[in-house]
Structure formats: structure tokens, C-alpha cells
Design a protein around this ligand. Sequence first.
Ligand code: 5RP
Length: 222
Amino acid sequence: MTQDELKQAVAKAAIAFVVEDEIVGVGTGSTANFFIDELATIKHKIKGAVASSEATAARLRGHGIPVYDLNDVTSMPVYIDGADEITEQGWMIKGGGAALTREKIVASVAKSFVCIADSSKLVNKLGKFPLPIEVIPMARESVIRALNSLGGEARLRVKDGMAVMTDNGNIIIDMLGLQIEDPVALEKTINNIVGVVTVGLFAAEGADVCLLGGPDGVTTLR
Ligand code: 5RP
């Protein structure tokens, strides 16, 4: 099976977690895109969705799925999204698509987080994937200095010669070369650096369920 076929398999399996007549939180990225396409097949059974990025909102709307502003939603049963790395405990690195802040916000309102990923994302220790951090642009250099003092190497994310901008108008700094021994503590430490908006460590509140797609089908980790 190709990686895309594995992503499609977990996206299909995630439909079982969508609650009828409710709003579903929807993540960002290629796996989330497969999920949105699956969600379209049952769109008449749900009230709508809250999107974690402009790209996700556009794809949901393209399928005719109503998109709600999070400020108009008090609770939702489930948030479904991919990850860049996930451990068996449900700790994740997210933000490869620069949507980490809105992802964390939407996930925080949902009762449970269902992670969908191909099995290459499962790791014993987080940190091989560069850890994304959303930063207020004027704090770029002070945050880079603070991050470098933690070990690893902080680098501004650049695409086509330009700093990548998030949907919130901020920049992304990726931290390379980390071996994350205590993700909960590191999440707190980085979030406390002045100028940091959000770190892409989802450990204090990780995934409740992970649907992992591998050669033998979809495995559920809880
Ligand atoms: C976007 C994310 C994505 O969930 C993560 O990057 C995984 O993406 P993909 O499903 O394309 O592998 O956190 O900010």
C-alpha cells in the first residue's frame, strides 16, 4: 500500500468516531484532507465542522459542509487530525503544515482527540521531526536565542525564499536535533518563552485515540 492509501484507510476508519447531529473539529494536512473527503459522504448526518485552518475551511466548504466559527460552539465531541510524530502514549509533534495554534485551540474545545496517521509517524521518542513553534514576528531573534539555549538548533521556516506565515500572521521556527525526554515539561517551558504563541508539542493534552494505518490494516491505540 502507498502512504496515501494508508492515509485514506485511517481517514475512512475515523468516520466511525464522528457523532451524528453534532459538530466535528477538523485538522489540517494531507491525512486530514482525506478525512474531509470521507466526511463529505456523510455530511447529511452531521451539523457541521470547525476548521483548524483556512485551507481546511475551504476544503470543507468545497464539499458543502457547513463551517462554524469556534466562538459560536461551546462543545464538540471529537477533533480529528493527523500528526508529524506520535508515541504510544498519544504525545504528538504537530505543525508540519504550520496550523499548530488553531489545531491546539480547536482540539482544546473537543472532548476527545482522534489522531489519524500512517504507521511511519509512530515513534518511541519525539524529536526527529523538527519541532514547530509559532512565534510573533518581532520576537524572532529573541525566541531563537532562548530556544538555542535549550539545546537543539532553532531555524526560521522559509519557503520559496520567504518566511512562512501562519493563518494568524505569525512565523514558524523549527527546532532541529531534539531528543524529547519529557514532552509535557518541554511543552510548558517553550510555551513560557515570551513571544512564543504555541509550541507544536501536544503532550499535556495528547491524542485519546490513534488510528494507525500499516500494511496489516488500521490499528487502534488508546
Ligand atoms: C499541520 C499538522 C498536520 O497534522 C501534520 O503536519 C501531519 O500532516 P500530514 O497528514 O500531511 O502528514 O500538524 O499543521
